[in-house]
Design a protein around this ligand. Structure first.
Ligand SMILES: [Fe+2]
Length: 204
C-alpha cells in the first residue's frame, strides 16, 4: 500500500469520525465534541499492521444497524489498510489469553498518529465473543459508543449493565471500568481526552 493511498483512507475515516461526533446527540459524547473538532492538523505516516481482530468487522456488520452499521462498514472496508494494535502484552500479565488473541484497536487520531493530536485520541476497538476486558482505570476521560454487538459493562461499584449498539458509555477520569463481551463480535468507537493519551491503564 502506498503512502498516499493510506493517507486518503485515513482522511476518509477521520472525516467520518468528526461528523459522527459532531452529530451525536448523547450527553455522554457532548463533553468530547470540542476536543474532537479541534483535534489538530498534523499527519504522520503509519504502516498497516494486521491483527486477527480486523477480521471480526465483517461478521460484526450483522449485529448492528443504522448509523452504527455505517461506521462499522467504513472501517470494515478499509480494515486491511489500518494499523491494528494492542495496548497489552502477555508479559504485562494484566489481560488474559482470550483478550490477547481476540482484540485489537485501530487509531485514527492520537498521540502516535496517524493524525497526531495531543488533545484527543479516537478510533475503534474490536473484541471477539466471550472475552473479558478486566477492570482498569486511567487518567483520561473516556467515552465508548458501542457500534456492534453487546457487552456487560462494569463501571465503578455498579452492577454490570449490558450495553448494545448505539449506547454511549461515559467513563470519568480514574473510574474503574471493564466489560465482558457476549456471543457476538463487539465493536466500539472510543474517545479519550486529557491526561497522557497513551497512558498504560492500571488494573486491580
Ligand atoms: Fe478505558
Amino acid at each position: 500500500m502506498n503512502t498516499t493511498g493510506n493517507r486518503a483512507t485515513y482522511e476518509g475515516l477521520r472525516d467520518s469520525i468528526l461528523t459522527f461526533v459532531e452529530e451525536h446527540t448523547s450527553p455522554s459524547v457532548r463533553p468530547f465534541q470540542k476536543s474532537v473538532a479541534n483535534w489538530g492538523d498534523e499527519w504522520s505516516d503509519v504502516a498497516p499492521n494486521y491483527l486477527p481482530a480486523a477480521d471480526l468487522l465483517t461478521p460484526a456488520l450483522a449485529v448492528t444497524a443504522g448509523e452504527t452499521h455505517d461506521m462499522v462498514a467504513l472501517f470494515e472496508r478499509d480494515r486491511i489498510a489500518l494499523r491494528w494494535e494492542q495496548s497489552y502484552t502477555k508479559a504485562d500479565g494484566v489481560v488474559g489469553d482470550d483478550m490477547l488473541s481476540g482484540y485489537g484497536f485501530a487509531e485514527v487520531i492520537g498521540k502516535h498518529g496517524p493524525f497526531v493530536s495531543s488533545r484527543v485520541r479516537s478510533g475503534i476497538g474490536v473484541w471477539g465473543p466471550d472475552i473479558d476486558y478486566p477492570s482498569h482505570r486511567h487518567q483520561a476521560e473516556e467515552v465508548y459508543v458501542v457500534l456492534a454487538g453487546n457487552a456487560d459493562f462494569r463501571l465503578g461499584d455498579n452492577a454490570p449493565e449490558t450495553r448494545t449498539a448505539g449506547d454511549a458509555v461515559h467513563v470519568s477520569s480514574m473510574l474503574t471500568h471493564g466489560f465482558h463481551t457476549n456471543q457476538d463480535p463487539f465493536v466500539v468507537f472510543y474517545i479519550w481526552q486529557a491526561g497522557d493519551l497513551r497512558e498504560k491503564s492500571s488494573f486491580g
